[in-house]
Design a protein around this ligand. Structure first.
Ligand code: IDP
Ligand code: MG
Length: 166
């Protein structure tokens, strides 16, 4: 079944100039990239993205990590990959959550580390199941930023100020 999944190259991946290497590894899956952008991570976005981990002892540090507070690059690269078994294929190449336990040739095994404060800096995020993928893709992307029609969307008239080229 064709699926979509959210991938983030986290601030450590950007800081360590791993973008090209990670995209090359991900291209082994032969999946399509349906959306991609470099974006800042606000506190609100970080908290919502990781809300299922709010009661974990490492939650505060995790928010600082994904916001880029440890890596001076206060941004992530967000992407949607799409195709047959996309979630499983990307998770498998990403590797286990704990970079020390991840297969050594997986992305996390190759490039991840555990900080002295105990945060798993594992350079990449990947959705774990279709429900999580839908929630995360809708959180990180607007419908028009994605090349596929993944989920139902509607037209709305917005009268909010926005930036335009001067
Ligand atoms: P996942 O990223 O493999 O889906 P989650 O359990 O969703 O793993 O955790 C989100 C992120 O939180 C991980 O990628 C990692 O950066 C961090 N994390 C998860 N578990 C731990 C832990 O036990 N100690 C420190 N950091 C953790
Ligand atoms: Mg997860």
């Amino acid at each position: 079944m064709k699926e979509a999944t959210l991938v983030l190259i986290k601030p450590d991946g950007l800081k360590k100039s791993l973008t090209g290497n990670i995209l090359t590894r991900l291209s082994e899956t032969k999946l399509d990239i349906s959306a991609a952008k470099i974006t800042r991570v606000t506190s609100q976005l970080a908290t919502e993205h990781y809300k299922h981990l709010a009661d974990k002892p490492f939650f505060k540090e995790l928010l600082r990590y994904i916001k880029g507070e440890f890596h001076e690059k206060r941004k992530v690269m967000a992407m949607v990959y799409f195709g047959e078994d996309a979630i499983g294929k990307i998770r498998s190449i990403a590797g286990e959550t704990n970079p020390e336990e991840a297969d050594s040739v997986s992305i996390r095994g190759q490039y991840g580390r555990i900080t002295t404060k105990g945060v798993y800096e594992n350079v990449i995020h990947a959705s774990t199941d279709p429900e999580e993928a839908e929630r995360e893709i809708k959180l990180w992307f607007e419908p028009d930023e994605i090349i596929e029609d993944l989920y139902p969307a509607k037209d709305i008239e917005e009268k909010v100020a926005k930036r335009a080229w001067a």
